[in-house]
Design a protein around this ligand. Sequence first.
Ligand SMILES: Cc1cc2nc3c(=O)[nH]c(=O)nc-3n(C[C@H](O)[C@H](O)[C@H](O)COP(=O)(O)OP(=O)(O)OC[C@H]3O[C@@H](n4cnc5c(N)ncnc54)[C@H](O)[C@@H]3O)c2cc1C
Length: 415
Amino acid sequence: MNKVGIIGGGVTGLCAAYYLHKEGLDVTVIDEGDLTSGCSYLNAGMIVPSHVVPLAAPGVVSKGLKWMFKPDSPFAFHFSAHKELIRWLWLFNRSAKEKNVQQAVPYLRDISWLSKSLYRQFSREGGFDFGYAERGLMMLYQTAEAEKEEKITADIANKAGVKATILSAGEVQKLEPELKVDVRGGIYFPGDAHLDPGKFMYDMKLHLKNERVHFILGNKVTGLKVNNNKKVLLKTLQGNEEYDEAVIACGAASGMLLKTLPFSLPIQGGKGYSLTLKEVPKNIHIPSLLIEGKVAVTPMGNNLRVSGTMEIGNNSGRINERRLLGILHTLFQFYPELKEAKIDAKQAVSGLRPCSPDGLPYIGRLKKFPGIVIAAGHGMMGMSLGPATGKLVSEIISGKERSMNINAFDPGRFA
Ligand SMILES: Cc1cc2nc3c(=O)[nH]c(=O)nc-3n(C[C@H](O)[C@H](O)[C@H](O)COP(=O)(O)OP(=O)(O)OC[C@H]3O[C@@H](n4cnc5c(N)ncnc54)[C@H](O)[C@@H]3O)c2cc1C
């Protein structure tokens, strides 16, 4: 039986383990942490077929440059002389064109739809109970400028077959009867869903452990090598491990690890903050993105998760108070009554979204190192795309027909 080592036990790694194990392979998940925290736990839990437009789109660079000098802005580039960061920024700028958007739309749509259908299956499977709900998502705006931009996105989505409806302020309020929403209007994407990511990760870990998938935790993989016998050697802090195939699912750290092969995978951490307001007296019903401040709000039972910011080039886990206050300021602007909610800012956490420069994930085998399969770079959509990525990885490794065309996700596209 083929032995597969998965490096990284975030949502991507665990979903890959799930589908590879289903194919009858001998699977081991290796993670430097203990699988209780990080990006895959703290995210907003939005399952977003609405996000057919990649981050690298026209206008993003100029907006990012404008925001760069605002300490509480939702988007920031932290320049440093790191060769990888400079190359990433150059590739991002090159990708932020209309052509990239047009090419990306059908791929993002198809992988999102595939993933959502798999989440739906999990939600119906015994042992999985993770607050999955298909109530759609609203993009809410307060200004004419944001309205104009969001209507363009809605138009792109509708043309791609992803339903989007324009709502007046009154229509938004009708969908959120519990508390006042202060908006000019919004776009409603009925095909989106949401879940509690921490619960999904917990259920998935338990399921894999019950299925006797192996876990090596608290051990960092420091290097990769393909031996003469074509097996993949993982150098770890606790000795070497050998596998027939290795899946690189280390999120934002994937590029660093691949350098040891050597293989260059442009990937940067996009730092985001997340704060869960506990037991809010009045909660929202439909997850929403508050456009001007780029803040995501998601109801999770009686709690409300608020998250935001995208800082490229700042990998520290430190919480920047100004940015956190910027997130809360946006929240109160859209939902003034939430000022009454109990907020414990000390509970704020941060995570690094694994961002590729063109906004598309990397899913595929390395041509030069065939024993190595990449599953990384999902940026702000990694939770949404976890199950589809895991399934595609299992299809690649077991040589089965792919559920969709994955040419655009080729990890060698920038080599
Ligand atoms: C604030 C915020 C909100 C978000 N909201 C959403 C959302 O609403 N919807 C959505 O779809 N996505 C969202 N995302 C993005 C999503 O969370 C990520 O894209 C996704 O979690 C990435 O998963 P991953 O498994 O690829 O990486 P990670 O979750 O980062 O997991 C990587 C794992 O690899 C391990 N690792 C790294 N290096 C090594 C090594 N050398 N050896 C061993 N182990 C290693 C790490 O310990 C970690 O456990 C959000 C992200 C943030 C920060």
